[in-house]
Structures are given as structure tokens and as C-alpha cells.
Design a binder for this molecule. Structure first.
Ligand code: ATP
Ligand code: MG
Length: 374
């Protein structure tokens, strides 16, 4: 790898190649070397990948969050910004690019063979990348059948892709929202729902109404974007905060304590901002408690019975693709237990548990009388 040239193109906040490249991990994808930045460093996003001889695929930036929409949105944007409010979908981030060949990268810069195949099946991308070889599609893979998330969306029985951003893959610069809309229309790429475009003050109202509807529908939240696509901030629903907790407490020893605290803070500020009456706060508190304790108790019972604990996923694709996915997940050190494995219409459908080893071990330890220092 020509480090000097790569560093010029990455334009990091350091010009010492050693200092930067010690944070890159080398992986091979079909015989090609990928150098992957595993943590955000020197102004470069986590998941940034240098594909040997083919160029760079920048990571997707971390999106900050407002806890109080009413003050947070006007504070975050410039007063003369035009703010687009769009739905934040609960799936996983995938960057689709064509450095040599079409590849789908996860947030941390892995090429996922399953996601690459699914994105190729779900979207017609040849023309897009012929016309725009230097761009990447930033998208969410959503639906009940994916290897990483399983949130149900009305009308999606397996999986689907929503393109929420189009960026230059070398610089990471986004297209303005309107240009992304145009390209998505032209190439038939589905996008998330948009709720409106206005100045920051009016965006607060748009967000408030959207959050109400999304919460009722058990959906995640919104991302607000400046019209030029550069400033992004997110805000989420009560339903999502509780769903996050329920998920975390189904594998309670896999997540840090910050995870719990951050969800409680989100709910607390939201209850105050929405001026909730005591009964409504009680309902929220009740729901929050249930989302913690019910899955936790169930996890302990599962371990007691000797049942597997962990995230359960279903995947559906051509048999060879499913095989590659399972190998890919094992390579990452995951242990899986297969619950169902069958063929439907020429596709292999596998339901599996990503075994939560640390949860199982710790629960076992306490069930057998182990002590805890606290
Ligand atoms: P981070 O805090 O680094 O952004 P995270 O994994 O905690 O990462 P989330 O809280 O899910 O992220 O929020 C950011 C992610 O939301 C994006 O990376 C993207 O995958 C997803 N997303 C879903 N819908 C949208 C959208 N309309 N616009 C932008 N991002 C979206
Ligand atoms: Mg997400």
C-alpha cells in the first residue's frame, strides 16, 4: 500500500503515516487486502476501509442526539438552515460501494457476504455504479430476516433496503438531500419516509408530530438533516428506548451499564419535554421497568433450563450465501446454535442464536451460588 498517497487522500488530522496506520487492521476479502480503521481516529470515521489498489470507502459518521427536541434542534442547526426531518429506521448501517466490485460494508468495515448478496438482489445497482463509481450508498437493511437486527416493519416480510444518504466514498462528503432524492428516484432506490422540510423552529413541531405517530407504531425515531446533508442529529421514541432495554436485558451481561443509563436519560427528558401528567409518567415508568425485568427473568430461566441465550436471527438466501454468512460470523468469533434449518423455494432459511457466552457463564455462576463483589 502506498501510504503517502493514501494519507494524502484520507486527509486525516495527522500527517504521520505510522501514527495513523497502526490503527488499521488488515483483512482479506476474496484475496484482496482491506485495511480497516477499527475505531474513529484522527478525524476519520470508524469502519473506514482502504481497499488495496481500489481506493477508499469512508466510514459513516456518528450521529449526535438531542435529548430535548424543542431546544436541541434550534441550537444544533443554523437559524437559516432548511431542516429535513426523515424517519430513522431500526436496522443496520450498510455502505454499498464498488471499489473494483460491488461490496456491502457493515459499520465497522467488514464486508458482509450476506448483505452484499441481499443488496445486489434487492436493488438494481449496475447502472448506478457505472454512472457514479466514486459514490457510496449509505443505507439501512431492515426487516425481520437479517443477520444483525430483526425489527418488524409493516409490509416487509423478510428484508428491505432504504437509502438515507449518498456520499463520495473517498472524502465522505454527502450529497445535498434534494440531490440524493433525485438520484434515488432516477435509479429506483427506496428511501426512508420524509416528514417535512422547514426552518429549525418549525422542524420542532414536525418532529413532535412525527414522534407521536412513530411511537404509536413502535418505530424508532427521526434523523434531522441540514439541506446540504452535512449536519445530522437524531431523536427517538419511547417505544425504541424500551425496545433497546428489552433487547439488552435479554442478554444482560453483554451490554455495559452506560447502555442502561443512556436509555433512562432519554426517557426522563422526553417525559418532561412532553409535559406528561403523573398517570402518563407512571405508565412510562411501568413500561420501562417491564422492559428491563421481564427479559432478564426470562434469560435467567433459560440458563436454568439449559436453553441457549442470545440474539436470535433468521436469514434467507441462496444456500451458498447462507453458508458464507455463517462462516463469516464464526470467523468473527461468534458461537452459533442453529434452531431451524430448511429449504424454501430454492433458498436456505436458517434460524440461529448468537450465543451470549458471557451472559450464560455469569448467570450460571450466580445460579450455582457464586458471589458478586459490589
Ligand atoms: P452512532 O451513535 O455512531 O451514530 P449507533 O449505531 O448508535 O451509531 P444509531 O443510534 O442507530 O447508531 O443512529 C445512527 C444510525 O441510524 C446510522 O448509522 C444509520 O445506520 C441509521 N439510520 C436509520 N435511518 C437513518 C436516516 N434516515 N438517516 C441517517 N441514518 C439513519
Ligand atoms: Mg440503529
Amino acid at each position: 500500500m502506498d501510504r503517502e498517497r493514501i494519507i494524502e487522500r484520507l486527509d486525516p488530522a495527522t500527517d504521520d503515516p505510522d501514527e495513523l496506520f497502526e490503527h488499521f487492521e488488515r483483512r482479506y476479502v476474496g484475496g484482496n487486502a482491506h485495511y480497516v480503521l477499527t475505531d474513529a481516529r484522527h478525524g476519520l470515521e470508524r469502519g473506514t476501509v482502504v481497499v488495496e489498489d481500489e481506493g477508499i470507502v469512508r466510514g459513516y459518521p456518528s450521529i449526535p442526539r438531542v435529548l430535548v427536541a424543542e431546544t436541541g434542534i434550534p441550537e444544533f442547526f443554523e437559524p437559516d438552515d432548511s431542516v429535513v426531518v426523515e424517519e430513522k429506521l431500526n436496522g443496520f448501517n450498510v455502505r454499498v460501494a464498488a471499489p473494483g466490485e460491488l461490496l456491502a460494508f457493515t459499520r465497522s468495515g467488514y464486508v458482509c457476504p450476506y448483505t452484499t448478496a441481499r443488496v445486489g438482489d434487492l436493488l438494481d445497482l449496475d447502472q448506478f455504479f457505472t454512472d457514479h463509481p466514486g459514490k457510496m450508498l449509505c443505507a439501512e437493511l431492515i426487516g425481520p430476516e437479517t443477520p444483525y437486527t430483526d425489527h418488524d416493519y409493516e409490509g416487509i416480510s423478510s428484508d428491505a433496503v432504504r437509502v438515507f444518504d449518498i456520499r463520495d466514498r473517498e472524502s465522505g462528503d454527502p450529497l445535498p438531500v434534494a440531490d440524493r432524492d433525485d438520484l434515488c428516484d432516477r435509479y429506483d432506490l427506496p428511501q426512508p419516509r420524509q416528514f417535512g422540510r422547514s426552518d429549525p423552529d418549525r422542524a420542532v413541531e414536525t418532529v413532535r408530530d412525527a414522534i407521536q405517530d412513530l411511537d404509536d407504531a413502535g418505530r424508532e425515531g427521526v434523523v434531522m438533516k441540514s439541506a446540504d446533508g452535512t449536519a445530522l442529529v437524531k431523536y427517538t421514541t419511547e417505544a425504541q428506548h424500551h425496545a433497546d432495554l428489552a433487547h439488552a436485558f435479554s442478554v444482560p451481561f453483554e451490554y455495559g451499564r452506560d447502555f442502561l443509563f443512556s436509555r433512562v436519560i432519554r426517557d426522563g427528558f422526553q417525559a418532561v419535554e412532553f409535559e406528561e401528567a403523573p398517570d402518563r409518567v407512571r405508565e412510562r415508568a411501568h413500561d420501562l421497568g417491564e422492559s428491563i425485568l421481564f427479559p432478564f427473568v426470562e434469560a435467567i430461566r433459560r440458563v436454568e433450563r439449559g436453553d441457549p441465550v442470545g440474539e436470535i436471527h433468521t436469514v434467507r438466501a441462496e444456500p451458498a450465501v447462507v453458508e458464507q454468512l455463517l462462516a463469516h460470523l464464526r470467523d468473527q468469533g461468534l458461537t452459533m446454535e442453529i434452531l431451524h434449518d430448511q429449504h424454501e423455494d430454492g433458498q436456505r432459511v436458517v434460524e440461529f442464536v448468537k450465543v451470549a457466552q458471557s451472559t450464560r457463564d455469569q448467570i450460571d455462576h450466580y445460579l450455582s451460588g457464586g458471589t458478586r463483589d459490589e
